[in-house]
Design a protein around this ligand. Sequence first.
Ligand code: CAA
Length: 286
Amino acid sequence: MDIKNILVVGSGAMGSQIGLVAALGGCTTTVQDISAESLAAAREQLSGRVDSSVAKGRLPRGDADAALARLSFTTSLEEGAANADLVIEAATEKLDIKRSIFAALDQATPAHAILATNSSTLGSSKVADATGRPGKVCNMHFFNPALVMKCVEVVRHPGTSQDTVDTVMALARSLGKAPVLINKEVPGFVANRLMGAIRDEALRLYADGVAGFEDIDTAAKTALGHPMGPFELMDLVGLDVSYLIRQATHAETGDPADLPHPALAALYEEGRYGRKTGKGWYSYDH
Ligand code: CAA
């Protein structure tokens, strides 16, 4: 299937950049959010990103303007869904919210539309049965920052059709990404499992007083060649996201080892979510 029209649900850090990736890739794209404020912030941030790419000589002005012209923003799910060939849901990592979005999308999108979730934790089988088209449901999981990171995990659930998998893999390639196919729904899929193992070890070392978090970050960068240390990465991804991912994983496995680390939970409870709130492990000037 040829994907021309895309709806992205959610205009947070992930949804907004996924929208721009799709528009830059030539798709007519709508970003929908229930919050007009969040949409306005996303529009401003994305045009800032585009302007900076133009200024750096990475993107011709004409291509930038054409991409922005293909990108629209709305608070109405129905409006964005009416012509969608594919939806990427990037709302909050809460199952009841995702299930109601998928049920609404099933009603509002054309019958041929693929319904994908950007969830990093919840396998799409958890939302597929809220729709009448489970074969057209899968995960299409981008990484933060979505404009930069090449990986997209395409995760099939047992009922996802081969045609859906092929279409989403091909779309990811056409957007300049490097998709990887995940054949089994395991919490965290592949990349986050790897990242989680490093983050858990980093939190343990910090909580045991072995080293400060800045020094642990320095070691990850200078000894292992990681572009960011695990604490910097938590601030980028959002401590709220990391916290909710662990809660969702624990809800699925029941394993106390999957609960958020107390040091992470403490920052979450203080509302220190990382870059987005100006404070997490580190402090940021907005
Ligand atoms: N949004 C969009 N673009 C950004 C960005 C952001 N937040 N931050 C940086 N960039 C762009 C810059 O504009 C720059 O673009 P150009 O090459 O066109 O100039 C490019 O990225 C490099 O930026 P910088 O030179 O400022 O900084 P850098 O070289 O340190 O790169 C980084 C920044 C790309 C974020 C890099 O540090 C990195 O790769 N970090 C690791 C990120 C990572 O691991 N992400 C996965 C997170 S896990 C996740 O997302 C999964 C989940 O489910 C929770």
